[in-house]
Design a protein around this ligand. Sequence first.
Ligand code: PBG
Length: 332
Amino acid sequence: MSLAAYPNLRLRRLRASGWSRALHRETVLTPADLIWPLFVTEGQGVEEPIASLPGVSRWSVERIAARAKEAAALGIPCIALFPNTQADRRSDDGAEALNPDNLMCRAIKAVRDACGHEIGILTDVALDPYTSHGQDGLLDAAGYVTNDDTVAVLVDQAINQAAAGADIVAPSDMMDGRVRAIRMALEMNGHPNVQIMAYAAKYASAFYGPFRDAVGSGGLLKGDKRSYQMDPANGEEALREVALDIAEGADSVMVKPGLPYLDIVARVKERFEVPVFAYQVSGEYAMIEAAAAAGAGDRDALVLETLMAFKRAGCTGVLTYHAAHAARLLNG
Ligand code: PBG
């Protein structure tokens, strides 16, 4: 009988005590793995709780700066900003996205003023927080989201954000060719060090509902985003999307949503030498909060276990609304 067989071999031996579990742990989760998405709104001294995202609020610009400071103090290296654009500034063409004084640009500058370069600022490149129809791009007469015309606007939006001080621009629109166009424009406009984190494999998901409430596009959106976001049935296609975004000049790629698509994360990690991030999206956050509120699980344990799962699957980092809470737990 082989000595490397039961009963000589007992995998439980390594699990028998805390010190041994710590010694053999394969994956580490730290606050440095987290990106904290934050919602900005107009006004002064405003905090607006978001009903479908219990525990998450929209903050006015000066209060966003305070959240960024809090993140830096917790060891979170990067925040992601999303604007709730006033209704009267939304239009068919989403032109407010190009306004150098829009809510997003003011928030970027406020965070930079408050935190210097202590924390990274990631901004979403897509038109949905600015359009009166809630789609991520421009519509043609038939209501189809056009690709090339949209890309031209996204390029200007990305440059607008970079000029305001964004460190990472993250195209979340799923148009073809946008990463190449944005990369070239960043080079030509004096932003060679601004990173592109491509939402490379972004699925047409039912998990985005609370986010759309948060940025105020949910009530406006007619139809769905399936002509540009990916079919949840597809995995091979995600690898093609990632390969293209890398070839077009992405510095890192993202898979979104998170937990239901960890197989995609693992395949991307195995296939490509590129940092891969996942977005634990609003519906996933809401699901954890609902489970905890219903007594179906311990909130802190659910948060840390799900975030660890992302790291185990191969993520370089995770965008999560639980970032500050998780960082507090991890910092003890
Ligand atoms: C916009 C965008 C969405 C999210 C991030 N950027 C929503 C969408 O595509 O409809 C979702 C994030 C979340 O649900 O937490 N392009």
